[in-house]
Ligand binder design. Structure first.
Ligand code: NAD
Ligand code: ZN
Length: 253
């Protein structure tokens, strides 16, 4: 039996399936993860440019990187992996996607129940007066973009050194505790608190299916099944197997 078929059978049997996604699911959309050679993160050290202290010290400098990132995210389209998760949700099989990504590609592919663990790129906000602006309403012609109160705007996502938004954190923990199967796609989930999610699911008895071309800490210690392939290849193949299972069941009725 192929790994795709094993995965499809597990998904078909699950009662509360959720997915946890990371930067890797968007690599095939042209958005590099921190490990991808070349691209944005070779030019800007994420630990420096992505840290809240750097932003507070010099917002103009960090906005150089944010401006490039903004163009990259707005120019990217969902790939077959994002569409496959949206398809699983429409079939009533996938209950929730918890994503660490800020690119909004799950929603653009049609996923509805999405928990954005690290925020998103659709708005900017002012840390001083709390006002939020839709990204579409802010011209990024002058750097850094400023709030009406005169202080620099920031993206509505989490920088290194900041805590996870409380609602997203609470909802994600609850979803992980209550699932009986978790798809872990394109993330090493090695950094807390995202790393607690697979552990918490496993503790509750969930089956963990990891999709990642590389091995991670999870593959060694936690995952029940690891499909070592790009998500854009593996997820559509699993959906095909699900369709096969469906037609086999219809035949045997
Ligand atoms: P990570 O730990 O989530 O690593 C990415 C993982 O994806 C790696 O293990 C890699 O082997 C795997 N991967 C690469 N290509 C893949 C593919 N085609 N299919 C499946 N898996 C693939 O995270 P990171 O890159 O170190 O990022 C850390 C944080 O920054 C996360 O919160 C991440 O979501 C965020 N980030 C977000 C974006 C985005 O919004 N698209 C991009 C970069 C980083
Ligand atoms: Zn303000």
């Amino acid at each position: 039996m192929t790994l795709y078929k094993i995965a499809a059978e597990r998904i078909a049997r699950s009662r509360h399936l959720i997915a946890l996604t990371g930067a890797g699911i968007s690599v095939e959309s042209g958005i590099p993860d921190f490990r991808s050679p070349g691209g944005l993160w070779s030019k800007y050290d994420p630990m420096e440019y992505g840290h809240i202290e750097s932003f507070r010290r010099n917002p103009q400098r960090v906005w150089q990187m944010l401006l490039e990132m903004d163009g990259l995210l707005l120019g990217a389209d969902p790939n077959p992996a994002h569409f496959a998760l949206a398809d699983l949700e429409k079939r009533g099989l996938l209950k929730t996607v918890i994503t660490q990504n800020v690119d909004s590609l799950h929603q653009r592919a049609g996923s509805v129940n999405v928990i954005e663990f690290h925020g998103h790129n659709r708005s900017l906000r002012c840390d001083s007066c709390g006002k939020r602006y839709s990204r579409k309403d802010v011209l990024l012609a002058v750097m850094p973009p400023c709030c009406r109160c005169g202080l620099p705007l920031r993206p509505d996502f989490v920088f290194f050194g900041e805590s996870i938004p409380a609602t997203a954190h609470g909802e994600a923990m609850l979803a992980a505790e209550n699932c009986d199967m978790m798809l872990i796609i394109g993330t090493s989930a090695s950094v807390a608190p995202a790393s607690f999610l697979p552990t918490s699911a496993k503790r509750g008895g969930a089956y963990l299916l990891e999709i990642n071309p590389d091995q991670t800490e999870l593959s060694f210690h936690l995952s029940d099944l690891h499909i070592a392939e790009p998500a854009g290849k593996a997820l559509p193949a699993i959906i095909e197997e699900l369709d096969q299972l469906g037609s086999e069941e219809t035949k045997s009725c």
